[in-house]
Design a protein around this ligand. Structure first.
Ligand code: NDP
Length: 507
């Protein structure tokens, strides 16, 4: 996704961030109302923030799992109490319906709770199996924080998405320097301020504002790990920048998620899930469903149900709207191009179509029989649009679903074949008889394959992502036959091959 930014106040496009006098101004994408202004951090500011974070990280790590869990618990409670206020900021800045913002924040709070509650169990020291050849040695694994984690976030889920890195990095004992998207600085600032109000002792969680170059500065500012969420294109730039210092990266990028609807699916549930996963948040969801492959035997009935549901959605900026404006004005052109290309190349719009793009809104659009090599099937659209394609069987559905360089999430609806299809789908996550439901289960790892990136946030894997495994071998007694010593002698040398034969010689 390409950020389109005006560096002066010349253009008054609602929602387009502008930098005025060294301050980033954020506005509502439909009304243009100013939400806030934030100082743009230059290279020196970013380096200073990372330095402060390095000192704070030592204090934070020293608190141990219990001390950190207690403080993260305070933050979780503050987030829960002040959720309506935060939901309003999310709405004002990104245009998302308040009810959707509440769901987003709820999921984020669940992650703060999960990470804090499980960090000791997942990352605390544990004994692992020994080796009969080295009976004197005990084996321990413990996990140590990296130090300072840089988090670069997108605008589409400005609370939930970065929280998948922030909460887990903090629970693992790191300090965090967060660069929110230039489209959502007010949300980023709100998160950091609310944390400081309940954990004011040290700057464990800081924010730096700015455009892409502030993100680039964060990659080069001496962070110990960089967690990036955004487009594949920027993800590659982040990796390249981090390679200079061998800084480890976590890269969560876009997707082109598919849903498969089998002949034995519950069609009401499948249509409901396709509509929700495809169109909520105006389709601006990395794990949103953008393509549906439906068995030809049930295709007509499925499309009728899907169209009826999508038709009922109301577009607008008021509190009762189901679909808000497109947050990033530049994205409207991408959505317009995908729809036009699909129709020119033989697709049919059974709902919406070219006229659906009505800036700053896009009305629900359902496209049938779109060629598989068209932009609407190949590229991330990020709008409330779905392509629906008939397939003769599940094998063909899986083949087409997997025929994309992306591999983030996926979904399958079937009474009997859900598990079989789920394991064959090339994606990091799959919902069976649900749409995006994996995202509501904090214990499940979240991340993609291929162009969708690598590394995992959420769950135990998400905690381990923000800690280094440290291997410790501890001698428990003095063995009479030391293998790893020049004291070995001929008796031990003779014994080793015998032991190896005994252990491994059969089979
Ligand atoms: P971008 O890639 O445009 O931006 C992501 C972040 O990177 C922003 O904070 C951006 O800053 C920053 N950035 C831009 N250039 C650089 C650079 N050279 N070095 C370092 N940082 C930089 O993505 P969007 O914000 O448009 O987010 C939407 C994308 O995110 C979609 O592709 C979506 O699928 C994906 N996404 C993936 C998720 C996942 O978990 N896999 C979850 C949510 C979204 P600025 O905004 O100031 O340019």
């Amino acid at each position: 996704m390409t950020a389109e930014v005006h560096k002066s106040a010349d253009t008054e496009t609602p929602g387009l961030p502008v930098v005025v006098g060294g301050r980033l101004r954020s506005t509502h994408p439909a009304t243009g109302a100013v939400v806030g202004e934030f100082p743009v951090a230059d290279d020196a500011d970013v380096r200073a923030a990372v330095r402060r974070a390095g000192e704070a990280a030592r204090w934070w790590a020293g608190l141990g799992f219990g001390g950190r869990a207690e403080r993260l618990g305070r933050w979780r409670a503050a987030l829960a109490r002040r959720m309506p206020e935060l939901a309003r900021v999310v709405h004002d800045e990104g245009g998302k319906p308040v009810a959707d913002a509440v769901i987003e924040i709820t999921a984020a709070i669940d992650h703060v709770a999960w990470a804090a509650r499980h960090a000791r169990r997942v990352l605390g020291p544990r004994r692992v199996g020994g080796n009969i050849l080295l009976p004197d040695q005990g084996a321990l694994v413990t996990y140590q924080p990296f130090g300072v984690v840089g988090v670069i976030g997108p605008w589409n889920y400005p609370v939930f998405t970065p929280m998948g890195s922030i909460a887990y990095a903090l629970a693992a004992g790191n300090a965090v320097v967060f660069k929110p998207s230039e489209y959502t600085p007010a949300v980023g600032q709100w998160l950091v301020d609310s944390f400081a109000e309940v954990v004011g002792d040290e700057p464990v969680f800081q924010v730096v504002h700015g455009l892409g170059d502030t993100g680039a500065a964060l990659c080069a500012a001496g962070v110990d790990k960089l967690a990036f969420t955004g487009s594949t294109r920027t993800g590659k730039k982040v990796m390249a920048a981090c390679s200079e210092t061998l800084t480890p990266v976590l890269v969560e990028c876009g997707g082109k998620d598919a849903m498969i609807v089998a002949a034995d699916a519950d069609l009401d549930d499948a249509a409901d899930a396709a509509c929700w996963a495809g169109m909520s948040n105006a389709g601006q969801t990395c794990i949103g469903i953008e393509r549906v492959y439906v068995h030809e035997a049930v295709a007509d009935a499925f499309v009728d149900k899907l169209v009826a549901k999508a038709k009922a959605l109301r577009v607008g900026s008021d509190d009762g709207a189901d679909i808000g404006p497109i947050t990033m004005p530049g994205q409207l052109g991408v959505i317009r191009r995908h729809i036009a290309d699909a129709l020119e190349r033989g697709g049919t719009a059974v709902l919406g179509g070219n006229d659906a793009v009505d800036p700053p809104y896009v009305h629900p659009t359902i496209l049938l029989d779109v060629p598989e090599d068209s932009a609407a099937v190949r590229e991330e659209t990020f709008g409330p649009t779905l392509t629906v394609t008939r397939v003769p069987d599940l094998d063909e559905a899986v083949r087409r679903a997997n025929a994309t360089p992306y591999g983030l999430g996926s979904a399958v609806f079937s009474r009997r074949s859900g598990m079989d299809v789920a394991t064959r789908l090339r994606s990091g996550m799959t919902s069976i008889n649900g749409g995006m439901s994996f995202v509501g289960l904090p214990a499940l790892p979240f991340g993609g394959v291929g162009d969708s990136g690598f590394g995992r946030i959420h769950g135990a894997d998400g905690l381990r992502e923000f800690a280094r495994p440290k291997a410790i071998a501890r001698r428990r007694f003095r063995t009479p036959m030391p293998i790893m010593s020049f004291r070995r002698g001929p008796r031990t040398d003779a014994l080793i091959p015998k032991l190896v034969r005994l252990l491994h010689g059969r089979g």
